[in-house]
Design a protein around this ligand. Structure first.
Ligand code: PGA
Length: 249
C-alpha cells in the first residue's frame, strides 16, 4: 500500500499561541493513525517552534517555500539546509499562489526541488490548472507540462523522493472542490506519467488540494490514485483537520 499523507498548509496565518494549540491537538490525532502520516506547514518564523513541540510525535513539519540558492547575498530568503536545521521534513514547492502572485516559473520550481532534495528533505510539488484552462479542456496538458518540467531534470531515483500535489487553481480557497472523478482523472494521468519514469517514481504519494474539508475528504481519498491531501483553510481548525486526517486512514 502506498504511503498516505495529509499536509496542512497554514499559508500566512498563525501565531505562537496557535502553533502551541494546534501542535498539542495534533498529538492524540497522530497517535490514532496507523497508515497516515500528518505534517503541518506554518510560516517560516514558526517552523522551529512547531518542530520542537512535535519532535516526540510522528507529525512532520514542512515549509511553504524555499530559496533555490544554497547561501549568499539573498536578502529575505531561507535555504533548504536552514529548513533542515529548523526541523523540517517537507517543503511545499511551486504552490499556485507562489506561481501567480510571486511569478515563480517552472525553472525556479525545478531549482527549488533540486535544492530541497540536496538538503535531504522531501519536496511537495504543486501543479494545477486555472479555470480558463479547464474550460478550454487543457487540464491534462497543463498539468502534464508542469510535471514534465520537473521530471525531465531528475533521474528515477530522485523522483522517488518527491510528493506531488494536484491543486486546481479554481478550487483553492474558493469552497469549490474538484469532484472525486475530476481529481481522480488528473491523478491517474499523473501516475501514468510518473510510471514512464519508473516504478519507484510512481509509488510516491499524490495529494489532492483545493477546498478539502471534513465533509468531502473521505470521497476524495477513496479514489484509487489519491493518497491524501494538501489542506489550506481547513488545516487551521483542529476538529476539521483531525477529521480530514482520519478520513485518509
Ligand atoms: P484550501 O487551500 O484548502 O484553502 O483551498 C489549499 C492549498 O492552497 O494548498
Amino acid at each position: 500500500m502506498r504511503r498516505r499523507l495529509v499536509v496542512g498548509n497554514w499559508k500566512m496565518h498563525g501565531s505562537n499561541a496557535m502553533v502551541d494549540q494546534l501542535s498539542q491537538a495534533l498529538l492524540p490525532i497522530s497517535r490514532a493513525l496507523q497508515h497516515t502520516e500528518v505534517a503541518v506547514c506554518p510560516p517560516f518564523i514558526y517552523l522551529a517552534r512547531a518542530a520542537q513541540l512535535l519532535a516526540a510525535s510522528a507529525v512532520g513539519v514542512g515549509a511553504q517555500n524555499v530559496s533555490q540558492h544554497g547561501e549568499g547575498a539573498f536578502t529575505g530568503e531561507v535555504s533548504a539546509s536552514m529548513l533542515r536545521d529548523g526541523g523540517c521534513r517537507y517543503v511545499i514547492v511551486g504552490h499556485s499562489e507562489r506561481r501567480a502572485l510571486f511569478g515563480e516559473s517552472d525553472e525556479q520550481v525545478i531549482e527549488k526541488v533540486q535544492a530541497v532534495l540536496a538538503a535531504g528533505l522531501t519536496p511537495i510539488v504543486c501543479v494545477g490548472e486555472t479555470l480558463a484552462q479547464r474550460e478550454a479542456d487543457q487540464t491534462l496538458a497543463v498539468v502534464g507540462a508542469q510535471v514534465d518540467a520537473v521530471l525531465r531534470q531528475l533521474d528515477a531515483q530522485r523522483c522517488a523522493g518527491l510528493v506531488w500535489a494536484y491543486e486546481p487553481v479554481w478550487a483553492i480557497g474558493t469552497g469549490r472542490t474538484a469532484t472525486p472523478e475530476q481529481a481522480q482523472q488528473v491523478h491517474a494521468s499523473l501516475r501514468r506519467q510518473l510510471q514512464h519514469h519508473g516504478a519507484k517514481a510512481a509509488d510516491v504519494p499524490l495529494l489532492y488540494g483545493g477546498s478539502v474539508k471534513s465533509d468531502n475528504a473521505a470521497q476524495l481519498f477513496a479514489q484509487p490514485d489519491i493518497d491524501g491531501g494538501l489542506v489550506g483553510g481547513a488545516s487551521l481548525n483542529v476538529e476539521e483537520f483531525g477529521a480530514i486526517c482520519l478520513a485518509a486512514e
